[in-house]
Design a binder for this molecule. Structure first.
Ligand code: F6P
Length: 747
């Protein structure tokens, strides 16, 4: 097996190498031929001149004596040279007076140059190519003649052919030797790798085989990544069913009972999973907010039970809770407690709108909106974090609960909880990007925020890149010890692990097997929107937020119609934009710009009442959104910067027909996982426009291949696995702490 793999590996090098050498040989041979010819002619000229000079004086003497016999014998003697074919002498009247017997008949004095000049040229005779050189001979008394030297050039042909053969042979030998060395080295490396991985699987450690080969230090980071991966895969496999590694709510429950002895789970987030609102006539309705956080965490909470603490923001929230501000949810099948925290308008303005969304949000999303930091907002932020911390303490029924802190609204919370519950497992998950240290440094309270976060047992980000930024930020602004190999930060005896846990969605999706076929839904939606039959649809689903790249998306739709006018009147883009943070000026300005752009594009490209863009700036429940996902040919996610973006994964999950194309911004965490999407830079309008066009015209077989692969990814890395991985890591940290405490007691 080694042999076969390493052979395959080496073939990847050998084939291009052989092709390159072949091409080189092909280019080099004519070049060398040309050079050879040039050198030969130069040598022959030098030689002709030498012979002519040597012959000149005796020839002049014999010519003056008129001694024909001696002249003939002189010429004959010199023409015995191997390469000199013949010699002749022309008078100044152009008569060939003397010639050796080998002198070609087809050469006459008129073929030679001017009698007074030296010349040399290659001429083609019936017998073959020869070099014809002439040299003036000056007699006393002023009369002149011309000595003609005819050189055989056939040896040049022979030499060229020999050189060609040698060069080709040289390239062949070079090719064989390089290929052998490549195959040999590849074989050795492959063996080393395989032995290393095997040793690790056997628990012997990877370093031994590598260190034997002396490449230990270069591969060290890779080795530790591999070790971590193997450890977590191993733990995950042990928890999931033996037959498969698909994570389910059941796997999560098992994990809580086995690894964490059934500790109570407390989730803390700003946004609540169920909002009760009062309608016009006083009836109360409940809805799920448009929030990636809620989409991901809610199924986890249903699996784990426990308490979810969140801001009660609905107009009927107070009416639907008990005396302790608790209500069991989901309303139709209660499984966990929702504990609501009340905020005054002033507190909400400062903590949520102000510090969180005018400060932190633009600070972490590099999307060209300046962060604003006010002391009054900061004070509210500190105060509300403390209020949530108090609620956590009140909800905890042991000294070591598992607290899942969600997002940038609660950077101080981990530290506050840790002070009162030192043994708690605090897992903080950051749902948005983490910027580089310079950008983060803008925040006047950067040290306080970082210290607060380091109260966590684990801090999770979506991508390794965000983890790296965070570690560098801590390194820049705090006194800590950072272990890069284990990705841990140690500060004042508190150890925090920083890991990437790409968030995901529930799999299988809750509606699976309960919705009509895609074709049916598509016809329904097209009819509902008053569009012609067979009309092409694009879909975008976001909160009304400047980071989502909705303006850029509309521009791309417009550009696509400019570039492909045949689609005008045959394509409509539906944009669902859930109202969000609309109390903030920046969000109001964004909405106004979006509406303006929507209007302009529609005026330009709508035909016969068929709009190009349908902007639905209102809340949609998840089943409604799902219908649009299923009806559309293309889904566009063009965020300018996004932690993960679960719309991308929801679209993929919705397409059980294995059709539909995802156009996905390279600036989303999802782009690290969904490689088969059409990945775009949303700032590049033509690229995004062409991706949209490509999506609308993509052959079905290609759609299927791409979609199938993305569905496998979302299925295998679902949200239960996301939560499970964090809980497993937390269990490991707790284990380590227990061990350390025992060792401390015994020593
Ligand atoms: O994606 C970041 C995030 O804050 C999520 O945590 C949340 O789901 C979403 O934005 C919605 O924001 P908000 O809760 O402010 O409406």
């Amino acid at each position: 097996m080694y042999g076969f793999r390493s052979l395959k590996l080496s073939l990847r090098f050998v084939v291009p190498l052989v092709v390159t050498l072949g091409l080189l040989a092909f280019a080099v041979v004519p070049l060398v031929d040309k050079l050879n010819l040039h050198w030969f002619i130069r040598d022959m000229d030098i030689r002709s001149r030498l012979i002519a000079n040597t012959l000149h004086d005796p020839l002049v003497e014999l010519l003056q004596q008129g001694n024909k016999a001696k002249i003939n014998s002189l010429l004959l003697r010199y023409s015995r040279d191997e390469r000199l074919l013949a010699l002749g002498y022309c008078s100044d009247r152009g008569e060939l007076l003397y010639r050796t017997p080998t002198f070609p008949k087809s050469i006459s004095c008129s073929s030679a140059a001017d009698i007074n000049t030296e010349s040399s040229k290659i001429i083609q005779l019936p017998e073959g190519a020869v070099n014809l050189a002439t040299h003036p001979v000056v007699l006393e008394g002023g009369t002149a003649g011309l000595l003609i030297l005819v050189h055989d050039t056939s040896f040049m042909e022979r030499r060229s052919a020999d050189t060609r053969h040698y060069i080709i042979l040289l390239f062949i030998v070079l090719g064989i030797v390089t290929s052998l060395v490549t195959v040999f080295v590849a074989h050795l490396s492959w063996r080393g790798w395989m032995e290393g991985v095997r040793a690790m699987l056997k628990g012997e450690g990877l370093l031994k085989p590598f260190s034997v080969q002396g490449v230990n230090s270069e591969l060290q980071p890779l080795v530790s990544d591999l070790k971590t991966l193997m450890r977590s895969l191993d733990a995950e496999r042990r928890l999931a069913d033996d037959s498969s590694i698909t994570w389910s709510p059941e796997t999560l429950r098992k994990l809580l009972h086995k690894q964490l002895t059934g500790e109570k789970v407390i989730v803390v987030s700003n946004r609540e999973p169920y909002i009760h609102t009062k309608k016009e006539h006083g009836e109360i309705e409940v809805h799920r907010p448009a929030s990636g956080l809620v989409t991901a965490v809610e199924p986890v909470m249903r699996a784990c039970s426990g308490t979810w603490i969140a801001h009660g923001s609905g107009s009927a929230d107070r009416e639907t809770v008990d005396a302790n501000a608790r209500v069991m949810v989901p309303p139709d099948k209660p499984e966990y407690n929702l504990r609501r925290i009340w905020l005054t308008k002033e507190e909400e303005d400062g903590y949520y709108y102000g510090f969180s969304n005018e400060g932190f949000w633009p600070l972490c999303h590099i999307a060209h909106v300046r962060p604003v930091f006010r002391t009054s907002d900061w004070e509210q932020y500190v105060k509300i974090n403390q209020r949530f911390a108090d609620a956590v303490i009140a909800e905890a029924d042991s000294e070591n609960p598992i607290v899942l802190v969600q997002d940038y609204h609660f950077a101080l919370l981990p530290g506050m909880i840790r002070r009162l519950l030192p043994k708690a497992i605090i897992i903080t998950f950051w749902h948005i990007p983490w910027p580089n240290p310079e950008s983060f440094g803008i925040c006047p309270w950067r040290e306080e925020l970082l210290k607060g976060m380091l109260g966590s047992t684990i801090i999770g980000f979506h991508t390794p890149y965000h983890c790296k930024n965070f570690l560098e930020t801590v390194d820049r602004y705090l006194e800590t010890r950072i272990e890069h190999e284990s990705s841990t930060i140690s500060r004042r005896g508190q150890l925090t692990m920083v890991e990437n846990y790409p968030i995901s969605i529930q799999w299988p999706p809750p509606w699976q097997g309960m919705v009509p076929p895609v074709e049916h839904t598509r016809s329904e939606i097209v009819a509902e929107l008053g569009l012609p039959e067979g009309h092409l649809l694009g879909i975008g689903v976001d909160r009304m937020d400047y980071t989502k790249g909705i303006l850029e998306r509309f521009n791309a739709v417009e550009r696509m119609l400019e570039l492909h006018p045949e689609l005008v009147g045959h394509f409509t883009f539906i944009q669902i934009a859930a109202p969000s943070r609309s109390a903030l000026e920046e969000y109001q300005a964004f909405e106004a710009r979006l509406r303006g752009l929507d209007k302009r594009i529609n005026q330009r490209f709508s035909r016969d009442g068929v709009p190009v863009i349908i902007l639905k700036a209102e809340h949609h429940e998840s089943d409604q959104v799902n219908r649009y996902y299923r009806a559309a040919q293309v889904c566009m996610v063009t965020s300018l910067h996004d932690g993960m973006n679960l719309v991308a994964k929801e679209f993929v999950a919705s397409r059980d027909d294995e059709r539909g194309v995802l156009v996905l911004s390279q600036f989303t965490g999802a782009a690290n996982e969904l490689y088969e999407a059409l990945i775009v830079n949303p700032y590049h309008v033509e690229q995004t426009a062409e991706a949209l066009y490509h999506g609308l015209t993509m052959p079905e077989y290609e759609q299927q291949e791409r979609m199938r692969s993305m569905r496998t990814q979302v299925r295998d890395f679902n949200v239960f696995r996301w939560a499970g991985r964090m809980l497993l890591d937390a269990a490991r940290v707790r284990q380590r702490e227990k061990l350390a405490a025992r060792i401390g007691r015994e020593s």
